[in-house]
Design a protein around this ligand. Structure first.
Ligand code: NAP
Ligand code: GCO
Length: 264
């Protein structure tokens, strides 16, 4: 059974994985035997990431690359294949959010979110799929969201991107499943990372942020998720154990999507 979940001998690229959800998933991949490759936009963050992985005994390979820049992505993938080897597992994790009421959001701000959260997974997947086809197998995991299914105020661009990412996941499955490439999504619920820190900040009087209370009431587990909650699902979708799972979005949300919410 352990063999089925082993990533021994596999090379995993996790985008935007200097910290946060990507970092947690990558540490899980490493514990399952994979070689870890990650990127970030800034050399400073790549260096910090390498140090953080090193503190866990993981010798990660870090690259500076903006995932929205197709030429830079193609160059990074070529460098990875040269330095480390052909990518077996790709996690499109890098993402941003802008919380602005839609009518106040500029088209440029909307485009920036779509660029990172939807166009970039297309660009990076397109860069790695040909070698996966030649190799005869591949795993692509797109990090979706509750907003792949639900909307809420101020996150129009993010929801549009994550909804699109759900369908891009299904399309990669449809187009490349015949090459033994499985493309699935993980839809995290509300996870305690820098991205959601503004939603959890204590109020001036020390009380809980209203959104913090709201999400706890919407989550049967009555808590925020931790990045570590995503490790098991990510290892499953990266391993042989999921070879007949394709085009699926695995929601890791503590039950949010199943629950009407706790009565106030
Ligand atoms: P985070 O803490 O904000 O980390 C995002 C990472 O992506 C950072 O390392 C960031 O690097 C990197 N990144 C952003 N733009 C990039 C670009 N153009 N090129 C390369 N790297 C880039 O986010 P997180 O909470 O860990 O979320 C990770 C993923 O999970 C995102 O796709 C997010 O949408 C998704 N997600 C998060 C939650 C949640 O509750 N936290 C829930 C569902 C889904 P910089 O620091 O240099 O910007
Ligand atoms: C927000 C949050 C969410 C989470 C996540 C939920 O402002 O509502 O940032 O979008 O990041 O995507 O799954």
């Amino acid at each position: 059974m352990n063999e089925m979940f082993s990533l021994e001998g596999k090379i995993a690229l996790v985008t935007g994985a200097s910290y946060g959800i990507g970092f947690a998933m990558a540490t899980g991949f490493a514990r399952a035997g994979a070689t870890i490759v990650f990127n970030d936009i800034k050399q400073e963050l790549v260096d910090k990431g390498i140090e953080a992985y090193g503190e866990l005994g993981i010798r990660a390979h870090g690259y500076v690359c903006d995932v929205t820049d197709e030429a830079a992505v193609n160059a990074m993938v070529a460098a990875i294949e040269q330095d480390v080897g052909v990518i077996d597992i790709l996690v499109n994790n890098a993402g941003i959010i802008k919380r602005i009421p839609m009518v106040e959001m500029t088209a440029e701000q909307f485009r920036q979110v779509i660029d990172v959260d939807l166009n970039a997974p297309f660009i990076v997947s397109k860069a790695v799929i040909p070698a996966m086809i030649r190799k005869g197998h591949g795993k692509i995991i797109n990090i979706c969201s509750m907003m792949s299914e639900l909307g809420r105020e101020t996150v129009s661009a993010y929801a549009a991107a994550k909804g699109g990412l759900k369908m891009l996941t299904r399309n990669i499955c449809s187009e490349y499943g015949m090459h033994n490439i499985q493309c699935n999504g993980i839809g995290p619920g509300y996870i305690a990372t820098p991205q959601t820190a503004p939603l959890r900040e204590k109020q001036a009087d020390g009380s809980m942020h209203p959104f913090d209370s709201f999400i706890r009431a919407k989550t049967p587990a009555n808590r925020w998720g931790e990045p570590e909650d995503l490790i098991g699902p990510a290892v499953f979708l990266a391993s042989d154990a999921s070879d007949f799972v394709n085009g699926h979005i695995l929601y890791v949300d503590g039950g949010i999507l199943a629950y009407i919410g706790r009565q106030p």
